[in-house]
Write a protein of this length. Structure first.
Length: 411
C-alpha cells in the first residue's frame, strides 16, 4: 500500500478510498469519522454562530460559563474547526496507513465527549459546568490524538508523524486557553485563541499543499506543479511564524513578528500563483479551495500590517483567516470528502456554489467591518451569510452523511 508523503507530488489521490483489512461498522453514521464529525461540526457551526449573533445583538441574556467573546472564540476554534480537522485526519489516516480507522464504539464515545463539552458550556451550573467541560473536552482531544497516533506509529508512517505534532500543539493551545480563563487572565486567553488561528494556517499550509495542486491538475488534465523545497520552507516557516506570533504578545519583538507574517504571506501568494489555472473557475470544488488559500495569505498579510499600524485591528484580520480561509477550506473539503467517501461523483448541487461564495464574502465583510461606522450591521450581515452557507451544506449533506455508500462498499 502506497503511503502519502508531505510533498504534493504524490501519485495517488490523498482522499481516495482504499481497501482495508476489516469490514466497516454496521452503524453507518459511526463507520468512519468524517460522517459524524462533519455532521456535528456543521450543525454546531450553525447553532454556535446563531447564539453568538443573538448575544451581540442584545437578544441572548443567559449566563455564560466563559465570558461571551471568549466562549465564541473557543467554540469556533476548539469546538468547530478542531472537530472538522480531526474528522478529516481520522478519515485520511485510513487511506494513508491501510489500517481500519476509528469506528463504532470509539467514535460514539468521542462524539459524546464532544457533545457533553458543548452543552456544559451552555448550562451554567457553577464549578460543575467547568469541571464537566474540562473532562469532556480534554478527554475528546486525548482520544482523537491517541486514535490518530496509534495508526501512524503502527504503520510506521513517517511522513505523516508531523501531524501528531500539530494535533498535540492544538491540544496544548486549548489547554492553556482554558487554564488562563480559570485564572481569569482573559487578555492572555484571547492571545492564545488568536495564536491558535495562526496555528491552523500551518495545517492549511500542509494539507492544502497536498490536495490543492493535486485536485487542480487531476480535474483539468494538467501536469501537477511540484516544488518540494518551497513546500518544506512554507511548512516550517508557518510553524515558526505561529510560535513567534504567540510569543510577541509577551516579548518585545512585535515588529519582527509582523515582518515574518508579511514575508510568509508573500510566499503563500507565490505558491498559489504557481497552482493557478484559469480552468479552476469551471469547478466550484477547485475555486473554493484556491480562494480559501488566497484568504489565508491575505489574512496573514493584514495580520502582519495590523501589528505595525493602529489603522487595522488584529482581531479583524484574523477573522478573514478564521472565516474565509479556515472555514472556507473546511466547507469545501467537507463537500468533497463526503462525496468521495460515499461513492458519489464529485459534482455538487449548484446551490453549494452559493454556500462557498457566501462564506468567503462573510469573512471579508467581518474583516473590513471595523473600518465602517456601522460595525454591528456588518457583523450581523457576516453572521447571516455564515448561517446561510452552513444551512445549505446541512440541507444537501445530511442524507449523504447518514446513508450507506451508494456502491455498497464499506467506508
Amino acid at each position: 500500500m502506497a503511503k502519502l508523503i508531505i510533498s504534493p507530488g504524490q501519485v495517488q489521490d490523498p482522499l481516495a478510498v482504499q481497501p482495508v483489512m476489516k469490514s466497516a461498522s454496521k452503524r453507518v453514521l459511526f463507520s468512519l469519522a468524517f460522517r459524524i464529525f462533519f455532521l456535528l461540526g456543521a450543525a454546531w457551526a450553525f447553532l454556535a454562530v446563531g447564539i453568538w449573533t443573538l448575544w451581540f445583538s442584545g437578544q441572548w441574556t443567559e449566563n455564560w460559563v466563559f465570558p461571551p467573546t471568549l466562549w465564541h472564540a473557543h467554540e469556533m476554534i476548539f469546538g468547530f474547526a478542531a472537530l472538522i480537522a480531526s474528522g478529516f485526519l481520522l478519515t485520511a489516516v485510513q487511506t494513508w496507513t491501510g489500517l481500519r480507522s476509528a469506528h463504532g464504539g470509539v467514535l460514539i464515545a468521542l462524539a459524546l465527549l464532544w457533545l457533553i463539552a458543548r452543552v456544559s458550556l451552555l448550562i451554567n451550573a457553577g464549578p460543575w459546568s467547568l469541571a464537566v467541560f474540562c473532562v469532556a473536552q480534554f478527554g475528546w482531544w486525548l482520544g482523537v490524538i491517541a486514535c490518530f497516533s496509534y495508526l501512524i506509529i503502527k504503520a510506521k508512517n513517517q511522513a505523516n508523524r508531523v501531524l501528531i505534532l500539530l494535533l498535540s500543539a492544538m491540544f496544548m493551545c486549548n489547554t492553556l486557553f482554558v487554564f488562563l480563563l480559570i485564572k481569569q487572565e482573559f487578555a492572555a486567553a484571547s492571545y492564545m485563541g488568536q495564536s491558535a488561528i495562526v496555528l491552523f494556517c500551518v495545517l492549511i499550509t500542509l494539507i492544502g499543499g497536498r490536495v490543492i495542486p493535486f485536485f487542480t491538475a487531476r480535474a483539468l488534465g494538467q501536469k501537477q506543479y511540484k516544488n518540494p523545497l518551497l513546500d518544506n520552507v512554507l511548512f516550517w516557516g508557518s510553524l515558526f511564524a505561529s510560535v513567534v506570533f504567540g510569543a510577541q504578545f509577551y516579548f518585545a519583538f512585535t515588529q519582527q513578528a509582523a515582518g515574518i507574517l508579511i514575508l510568509l504571506s508573500i510566499a503563500h501568494l507565490w505558491r498559489l500563483r504557481q497552482w493557478y489555472h484559469k480552468g479552476i473557475w469551471q469547478e466550484s470544488l477547485l475555486w473554493s479551495l484556491h480562494l480559501s488559500y488566497l484568504a489565508m495569505a491575505l489574512g496573514l498579510l493584514l495580520a502582519g500590517l495590523s501589528l505595525l499600524t493602529p489603522l487595522l485591528a488584529l482581531k479583524d484580520a484574523l477573522h478573514l483567516i478564521s472565516i474565509s480561509a479556515v472555514s472556507g477550506m473546511i466547507l469545501s473539503m467537507m463537500s468533497r470528502v463526503s462525496l468521495g467517501h460515499t461513492g458519489r461523483a464529485l459534482k455538487i448541487n449548484v446551490s453549494l456554489n452559493g454556500a462557498f461564495a457566501l462564506l468567503l464574502v462573510a469573512g471579508l465583510i467581518r474583516a473590513l467591518s471595523g473600518l465602517t461606522e456601522h460595525v454591528l450591521f456588518y457583523w450581523q450581515l457576516s453572521a447571516w451569510f455564515w448561517l446561510a452557507a452552513f444551512s445549505l451544506f446541512l440541507w444537501h449533506y445530511l442524507p449523504i452523511l447518514t446513508r450507506a455508500r451508494i456502491d455498497g462498499k464499506p467506508d
